[in-house]
Ligand binder design. Sequence first.
Ligand code: C2O
Ligand code: CU
Length: 463
Amino acid sequence: MSVLTRRTMLKASAASACAFGLGAAGNMVSTAFAVPEPRILKTVKTAANLTGNTSTQDVLTYGDAGMPPVLRMTKGKPFAARLVNGLDEPTTIHWHGVRVPNRMDGVPYMVQPYVYTGNHFDYAFTPPDAGTFWYHPHCNTLTQMGHGMTGVIVVENPRDPQFDAELVVNLRDWRLGGDGQFIQQFRPRDAARSGTYGTVRTANWHEEPQYDTPAGGLVRLRLAITDVTRIYAFQMEDAQADVIAIDGNPVPDRFRLDVLQLGPGQRLDLAVRMPDDEGTVVALKDIRGTKKKVLVSLRAVGASLKRDLRDLAALEPNPVAMPDIAAAERIPLALSATAENAPAGSICGSLGYSFWAINKVPWPGDTPDPTAPLAELKLGKSYVIDMQNLTPHAHPIHLHGMSFTVLSSSAGPVRRLVTDTYLIQPDEKVQLGFVADNPGDWLLHCHIIEHQKSGMTSYLRVA
Ligand code: C2O
Ligand code: CU
């Protein structure tokens, strides 16, 4: 970049401010001043072949065509992207699970203006954590995400253990009719229950794709559930698979995958040991519901590498502050259904219904003047959210901007996972601890988008 314009200077200072703001180590100082070329993420309406036999119209994506690109970032290194809006409606980008400065968080009205048709917005931040994350709009999300705008982010750590192969898998459904075209994205009676399911299930925009991976090798499988509704129960058949990270963060103790339930917005990193015999196929399945469903399969190729899962070094924990539980203030949070059924104003994709509430307040929609925050937190203080689910449905509750630790649950012993999304079961009570170390207004909502958009949303203010 030879010409130094005011804009590039502002961008340079923004990028370095983020790098310092998120506590870059001393050896990062030189790179903190480097302005990375922004990655152009242009939103477009396109057509795609999702079913193998028809071209589906009105697919929305980032990039020229096909699935939104997997964005690769490096822990502790500045990243920049320019959202260019080629849609005929406003949009924004939210970097789900990445702890970014508040103004980069992508929530319209609350932290940034809408990006209207033909306009652009520059995002710049330094990801402090390594792991698997994802990105999506935060405006008219049921349509925009439902029609394709969900992409995976990989934040690399140069000190990660060596795998023989890595596979990133974007898991999601599509609501298509028999002719392969989009049908109505939701039904009110389902929105008031567990949500409206898609009809075509894909991995990386294909039904049951198969990938070749080295026989006897160790494969890192990075799975992201980017669907608007579906909760998955993962099971791996015919291969050993260890859970190494959930929601971007290494699990405290690696464990063998038996069956693991995760909801929309969540990610799972598996270390898979491929079988020794060439041609053997292993399948990752979703066994929730009545029929087992193959999501993706891996075929062993070549002579066995004879690797052992035990050879794999542990992942480095992310620099997430641990709460001081004894000193922590409690934040009660009750998820409930609301009796009120009246249509609300339709702003930024409100569904026109309110079925759900947090602490009895149904979210009115993304307006310039939303409800009061759920709580006002002091920067640097520890908090414990006491969350209880008073509904007969599971809800993946997501907090923007900060990661929390799962401390305890009425459902039984917990792994002390560090995460941004907790799938709370019916009647469960759970304690989530965190340090309020990122200033700003941070949304907290169910990631079943129909629930989010019909009341199950609130926010925390950190100042
Ligand atoms: Cu995946 Cu409000 O976010
Ligand atoms: Cu929900």
